[in-house]
Write a protein that binds this ligand. Structure first.
Ligand SMILES: Cc1ncc(COP(=O)(O)O)c(C=O)c1O
Length: 382
């Protein structure tokens, strides 16, 4: 890219060079419909099946269980609408692709209670399952996109299955950052997205484990075992396959390296602003993600100052039309809006380097010093 520092991998991870090569190669190579029986069609089909095998390996599934979709949102929607369960249980910290879909499409939904870190309250879930008149679908994300908090998926699945419920896991942020294994977690469905693992945007997968019930969201041709109609996006699928392969090969190295950057960033911000708050610091978290505050300085103001200094991060709160709204995640963790509207999220990824941490701390430290000088001036003028 240019001279900017990109610490926003949970929003989109830039495509890996190998992925760009695979996408371009696939577009130039076949130009054929993968359902066609001729040689060109078979070449396109091979690219898809190679990618399916790579995605399956990454998450401990078998290739027949992998369905290609347009991304995490479609995968989540497909399960919520297509699993055939009327009663759906979901924590309030889910991504909108799950939460909004459940709350608008389910006829009988309930929110699962959480603790101050956003971790599912297991006893609360058990009570909801026990009082359900029909078997439910439980939707819980493996890793939160804003805080990085990791849910105890195996424990949740075991509990849900004891009550005849099905389990869907939005693993969009977990895949490629921590080991993900559908068998160990015991989930029935899992969603992942290409652009969170260095693959292309607009492509993802839904893993349907065993014979978990599922109907297609999009009707038409019989592609993807009848679970997702429409001619496959061969180039993007091929890119996703390459990203999945690289994610599996580099997982161990990357998680240690990225955790090093994240920990250095958190040590740095504590030194620069001793009143900073780091959300979910004591909870199990993704190694690459930090969500923290600069007390008294709204997220949008921080974002603008950092952007001017060439540093790209995200607000930990939602900014729209000049107004900063507390994030629904921090809000449901009962964080005071005065605090949550000053939150920023930094998320590292494959292209991150140690110098990114230094550049971030230089820019954020300047801002913290300017802001506290401004506050002191205001106090002395009053
Ligand atoms: C946890 C989570 N789920 C789902 C999605 C949606 O994925 P996609 O952009 O591929 O539709 C995102 C994207 O930010 C996410 O972070």
């Amino acid at each position: 890219m240019d001279d900017t520092i990109y610490i926003d991998h949970n929003a989109t991870t830039p495509p890996l060079p190998e992925v760009i090569a695979a996408v371009c190669g696939a577009m130039g190579l076949t130009g054929a419909n993968p359902s066609s029986v001729h040689a060109n069609g078979r070449a396109a089909r091979k690219l898809i099946e190679d990618a399916r095998a790579a995605v399956a390996t990454l998450v401990g599934a078998v290739p027949e269980e992998v369905v290609f979709t347009s991304g995490g949102s479609e995968s989540n929607n497909t399960v919520i609408i297509g699993a055939g369960r009327r009663r759906i249980l979901v924590p309030p910290t889910e991504h909108a692709a799950v939460l909004k879909t459940v709350l608008t499409r389910s006829v009988d939904s309930d929110l699962i209670s959480i603790d101050h870190n956003g971790l599912v309250d297991i006893q609360g879930l058990e009570a909801l399952l026990a009082e359900s008149e029909e078997p439910a679908l439980v939707c819980v994300m493996a890793a939160n996109n804003e805080t990085g908090v990791l849910q105890p998926m195996a424990e949740i699945s075991e509990l849900a299955h004891r009550h005849g419920a099905l389990v869907h896991c939005d693993a969009v942020q977990a895949v490629g950052k921590i080991p993900v294994d559908v068998m160990t977690w015991g989930v029935d469905y899992l969603a992942l997205s290409g652009h969170k693992i260095g693959g292309p945007q607009g492509i993802g997968s839904l893993v349907r484990c065993g014979d978990a019930p599922l109907s297609s969201l999009i009707s038409g041709g019989g592609q993807e075992h009848g679970l997702r109609a429409g001619t496959e996006n061969v180039a993007a699928i091929s890119g996703l396959g390459v990203a999945a392969q690289i994610a599996a090969d580099t997982l161990a190295e990357k998680s240690v390296r990225l955790k090093g950057y994240r920990d250095a960033l958190e040590a740095g911000i504590k030194a620069l602003s001793p009143t900073t708050m780091i959300f979910c610091e004591e909870a199990p978290r993704l190694p690459n993600t930090s969500n923290f505050t600069l007390p008294g300085v709204r997220s949008d103001r921080q974002l603008m100052a950092l952007d001017l200094a060439g540093v790209s991060v995200s607000a930990g709160s939602a900014c729209s039309a000049g107004k900063v709204e507390p994030s629904h995640v921090l809000d449901s963790m009962a964080v005071d809006p005065e605090i949550s509207t000053t939150a920023l999220r930094a998320s590292f990824g494959w292209s991150s380097e140690a110098v990114d941490v230094d550049r971030f701390l230089d820019a954020w430290g300047d801002l913290a010093r300017r802001e506290s000088a401004g506050v002191l001036e205001e106090i002395s003028a009053a």
